[in-house]
Write a protein that binds this ligand. Structure first.
Ligand SMILES: Cc1ncc(COP(=O)(O)O)c(C=O)c1O
Length: 388
C-alpha cells in the first residue's frame, strides 16, 4: 500500500535502542550528540520573540517567494559577506529540508540523480528518497584538511545527474569549500548542465578557516543555489524560516526562478509572523549567534586539550558545530559507541552514521553545555586511552 519513498525498515538502530533502554531505567546520559541550540543551556534575549506579535501579521498577503522585506533582510546577510545577492533572487522556505525538496522538484524527475558528498549530512538519504531522487556519492578526502576528490566527482556524473550538492562548512567534517574546488566544480556543472546546491547553514561559524575558503555564490558560471536559515545562523530552529539564494547565468537564473515560483506557490509554507519579524530576528538573533559561536570554540579547545595526550586525534575543523575524533580502530565503531553509552553513560555518533569510508571515527557535537561536555569528553578519552 505504501510508497517506496519511505524506508521499508523503520526499526530503531542499536544505538537508539540502547539509549532508550538506559533512559527507561532512569539512567543519566551525557549527550555529546546534542545539536539543538534551544537545549544547549544558552539564554536568548527575553524580548527576542516580540516582533512576532506585530499587528501587520494579522494580514495574510501570500507571496510565493516570501514578503519583500524579509527577502531584503536575507539578501543583506549575503551582501554583508561581500556577495552581490539581490532580494529578487531570494526564496523563503520553512526549513532547509524544504529548500532541498523545492530544488529537487525544480531540477529532477523521479529517478534523476544528485551528487552528494561523503562523509556528510545523513539526512540526504531521506531527503532525496522522499522526492524520488537518487543520491550518487562523491568522496571528500582528508590529508590534514578535507578536500573534494574532483576526479571521483567527475566520474560520478552520469546521464541522469542534475545537481552537485556541497555542504560548507560540512556536517560533520567542518570542511569549507576551497576557491579552486568551487571553480572546477562550477565549470563541471556548467559543462554538464548541472546546478550547484550549496548548503551553507553553518557559514557564520568559522573555526579554523582556510584562507581560500569561499561561498558557492562567489561564482556565476553555473546555476547555483545557496541554502541558509535561522535554525543555525541565529540558533532559532523553532521559528521555521530558511531560504534559498540563487545565482548564475542570467537567462538560466530567470528560467529557474520562474519555475521555482510554481513550486513555492503550491505550498506557501512560511508563516506571516516570522516573515514580518525576519529582519529584526536576524539582527537581535546575533546575541544567540555569538553565544553559540563562543560555546563551539570553547568546547573545541577543551576537546583538543583533553585528547592531546591520548591516542585520539581531533581532525582539523574549519567551521560548523561538530568535531571528528579519530580513535584507535581496535574494535568496530558500533562496539565502541555502545560501550561508551552503556559503561560510561556517554553518547556520541559513530563515523559510519555519516558514511566515513573507514573506521574508527567518532562525531561529537560542540554545542552541549560545558559541564556535560567536559565530563563526557573526559570519560570518553579515559575509556579510549585504556584501549577498550
Ligand atoms: C548540513 C545541514 N543542513 C541543514 C540542516 C537543517 O536545517 P533546517 O533546520 O533549516 O532544516 C542541518 C541540521 O543539522 C544540517 O546539519
Amino acid at each position: 500500500m505504501f510508497s517506496s519513498r519511505i524506508p521499508a525498515d523503520l526499526a530503531p538502530n542499536a544505538l537508539a535502542r540502547a539509549l532508550e533502554a538506559i533512559r527507561a531505567r532512569g539512567g543519566e546520559v551525557l549527550d555529546l550528540t546534542e545539536t539543538n541550540p534551544t537545549r544547549a543551556g544558552l539564554t536568548a534575549p527575553p524580548e527576542l520573540l516580540a516582533p512576532l506579535a506585530r499587528p501587520a501579521s494579522l494580514v495574510y498577503e501570500p507571496h510565493p517567494f516570501g514578503l519583500p522585506a524579509a527577502r531584503e533582510a536575507v539578501a543583506a546577510t549575503y551582501q554583508a559577506s561581500g556577495l552581490a545577492v539581490s532580494a529578487a533572487h531570494v526564496v523563503l522556505t520553512s526549513s532547509t529540508s524544504e529548500a532541498y525538496s523545492f530544488l529537487f522538484k525544480l531540477l529532477c524527475d523521479p529517478g534523476d540523480e544528485v551528487l552528494v558528498p561523503v562523509p556528510s549530512y545523513p539526512l540526504f538519504d531521506h531527503l532525496t528518497r522522499l522526492d524520488g531522487v537518487v543520491p550518487r556519492t562523491y568522496p571528500l578526502e582528508y590529508y590534514g584538511s578535507w578536500s573534494v576528490d574532483l576526479e571521483a566527482l567527475e566520474r560520478s556524473v552520469g546521464p541522469r545527474a542534475r545537481a552537485i550538492l556541497v555542504v560548507s562548512p560540512n556536517n560533520p567534517t567542518g570542511s569549507v569549500l576551497r576557491r579552486g574546488d568551487l571553480d572546477r566544480l562550477a565549470a563541471l556543472a556548467a559543462s554538464k548542465g548541472l546546478a550547484v546546491v550549496g548548503d551553507e547553514v553553518f557559514a557564520d561559524y568559522p573555526l579554523e578557516p582556510a584562507a581560500d575558503g569561499c561561498r558557492v555564490l562567489a561564482q556565476t558560471r553555473a546555476l547555483t543555489f545557496s541554502l541558509g536559515g535561522l535554525s543555525k545562523s541565529v540558533g532559532l530552529p523553532q521559528l521555521k524560516l530558511a531560504w534559498i539564494a540563487a545565482g548564475g547565468p542570467p537567462r538560466l537564473l530567470d528560467a529557474a526562478l520562474a519555475r521555482l515560483e510554481v513550486v513555492a506557490d503550491a505550498y506557501l509554507s512560511v508563516s506571516t509572523p516570522v516573515q514580518q519579524a525576519a529582519g529584526l530576528l536576524l539582527a537581535a538573533g546575533q546575541a544567540v549567534h555569538r553565544a553559540i559561536a563562543e560555546r563551539v570554540r570553547r568546547n573545541l579547545a577543551r576537546l583538543r586539550e583533553v585528547s592531546a595526550p591520548s591516542p585520539c586525534t581531533v581532525l582539523r575543523v574549519e567551521g560548523g558545530w561538530s568535531a571528528v575524533l579519530r580513535v584507535p580502530a581496535t574494535r568496530p565503531e558500533e562496539t565502541i559507541v555502545l560501550d561508551l553509552l552503556r559503561q560510561d553513560g556517554v553518547l556520541v555518533h559513530p563515523g559510519y552514521f555519516f558514511d566515513f569510508p573507514r573506521e574508527a571515527f567518532l562525531v561529537l557535537s560542540l554545542l552541549p553545555p560545558p559541564a556535560s561536555f567536559d565530563e563526557g569528553v573526559s570519560r570518553l578519552i579515559a575509556r579510549l586511552s585504556l584501549g577498550c
